[in-house]
Ligand binder design. Structure first.
Ligand code: C5P
Length: 235
């Protein structure tokens, strides 16, 4: 992204029910973060929960990673746009026609969500990729998919912070890079394997940082968010 967003933190609401999710949300300030709603919470709580977050002033990244035939994905993206979400994502491996159909459906709308492509899931290693017929270096595959996303006119891609510099070099300044796998210095790594601090991830070229447990499991989530924000000042 050529102009940095002053609000780069997206808090991942990884909860199985509305009550604990809202208890966390009450401790956060929409002037300091956006929220990510994924498959579990959305499947349990649905569009009404997204509406609740909007009413509380938050912008929402609807992380449903659509992957289907072009018509179905385009329709699902239109439904996400009707919900008024700020960002929605689709799998780049769904192919060029699927991505173009989604982009075309959104491009006619007023204020459409940012359409972001998922490259290679960070849960995949070279062996996993080979097993689904995609042998080779996962980093090369990330770049191939990121290029395809750009060709389809997507706003940007999700990638690991360790690939951010490579993808930024390939796709240039305009592409929006969203990176999970971010951990403040001293925070538990949890089940993430390859992590970077928030400041390093932004310096490597990320525009938005998806951060879950370092904020959601902190004794004071609001303070944890502000600490991370402060670590980004002056970058
Ligand atoms: O708690 P933590 O900061 O690890 O949460 C990261 C969030 O980003 C989770 O919602 C996880 O599902 C998501 N994510 C990820 N790695 C990816 C894509 C999404 O960790 N490659």
């Amino acid at each position: 992204m050529s102009v940095p967003d002053p609000k780069p933190i997206i808090v991942a609401l990884d909860y199985a029910a509305e009550t604990p999710a809202l208890a966390l949300v009450e401790q956060l300030d929409p002037r300091h973060c956006r929220l990510k709603v994924g498959k579990e919470l959305f499947t349990r709580c649905g569009p009404a929960f997204v509406e609740t977050l909007h009413q509380r002033g938050f912008e929402v990244f609807l992380d449903l990673k659509f992957h289907d035939i072009p018509n179905t994905v385009a329709a699902a993206c239109a439904a996400a746009a009707d919900l008024g979400v700020w960002m929605v994502n689709i799998h780049v491996s769904g192919g060029l026609r699927m991505m173009e159909a989604a982009r075309a459906r959104l491009s006619g709308l007023d204020n459409p969500p940012l359409l972001i492509g998922v490259t290679v899931l960070t849960s995949f290693d070279a062996q996993d990729l080979a097993a689904i017929g995609c042998a080779g270096d996962p980093r090369e595959r990330v770049v191939t998919l990121a290029r395809l996303a750009a060709r389809a006119g997507l706003a940007g891609v999700v990638c690991s912070p360790l690939e951010a510099a490579l993808v930024r070099a390939e796709l240039g300044a305009d592409c929006v890079l969203v990176t999970p796998g971010v951990r403040p210095l001293g925070a538990a790594v949890d089940d993430q394997k390859r992590v970077m601090t928030p400041a390093r991830a932004l310096a490597a070229g990320a525009d938005y940082l998806v951060i879950g447990r370092p904020i959601t499991q902190a004794p004071d989530p609001g303070a944890a968010l502000l600490d991370i924000e402060q670590s980004l000042q002056g970058l």
